[in-house]
Ligand binder design. Sequence first.
Ligand SMILES: Cc1ncc(COP(=O)(O)O)c(C=O)c1O
Length: 404
Amino acid sequence: MSSPEHPSSARAAFDPDQYDPETLAVRAGIERSQFGEHSEALYLTSSFVFNNAAEAAARFSGATPGNVYARFTNPTVTMMQDRLAALEGAEACVATSSGMSAILSMVMALLKSGDHIIASRSIFGSTQQLFANYFEKFGISTTLVDATDIAAYRAAVRPTTRLFFIETPSNPLTEVIDIAAVAGVAHEAGALLAVDNCFCSPALQKPLELGADIIIHSATKYLDGQGRVLGGAVCGRKAEMDEVLRFLRTAGPTLSPFNAWIILKGLETLSIRMEAQSARALELARWLEKQAWVDRVFYPGLESHPQHAIAMRQQSSGAAVVAFEVKGGRDEAWKLIDSTRMLSITANLGDTKTTITHPATTTHGRISQEARDASGIRDSLIRLAIGLESVADMQRDLSRWLAV
Ligand SMILES: Cc1ncc(COP(=O)(O)O)c(C=O)c1O
């Protein structure tokens, strides 16, 4: 992962092992061209030329390293991968076209028919559908377990279990899973642990340091950070990431260079955004707890959160998603949402603009009422993904419905 500061310079290469995360976020992964550009270049090219047939043959076979074709090699994508790997403390990273294709690529590369997955019940809805509707079709079965019950993970182990998959904190109820404890169970079973680190990002949580083997990202969220592009990534050991890259080279769910460039630049401000958005989330969560019209607030940074202690051990803040139940039901929740003027009514998260969502009728609207009840997603639940506006403005917007 060493990156020449300037190809023609005598300066030593940038060694990511010697720098702090804030520095890695702006400097890791840079590969300068012969022009010595300061800002990372955007290489909008689908293929690369060779000096002769022998060079082409050597590049295609992998005998010599270098770019070949943008389905699996592009310098802008490589820069983004190397920067994210440095931030996660991973040997390697493979970027993908979306968070969902990161999960697809990991499973296609590392599992086979007959294998078994154990996943936490609170994983993202599309991830659940990918496991239940598609992997199942090809003979890979999944058992969903209660996210925070470590004994349930152990009880679900079969001789064919190859992968544990968790997401922490979860969406939308912010359940926090003890990563080190689940890693222990996975490794006892001879399986890998993959953690979807979307809600925290490496700025707040380092799953590999806690024993996870693989990290999944929807780069669409905090890594971009401004709601512009779709992207994803798989990070982990080089041997396993080589397999994921082989799948990408064959099947093509590849990140575009333009999206990689946006995410690469997004990473530069990741830690200060996460810090500022988390601080606002904590202030707003504390305010919500005091409102007479709020039944319950879900935020890992609050002392009242059931897994507050675990969150404070494995995360450096409570992150930026806050959920709460308004007193009443769907009518009250919709009235509150419809009375806002500034907050964005949308299902995305990880943006500098705060978003407000009614999970029961949007993100979780396609699952049955029983499944929603089992997951604790009530009609009165509202999810906020906190951005960078002032907390006072957020409070004013959330209070407008009281005057209607
Ligand atoms: C936790 C989590 N994982 C994965 C995804 C999927 O990411 P993408 O939309 O980039 O495919 C999402 C999207 O909302 C998510 O919230």
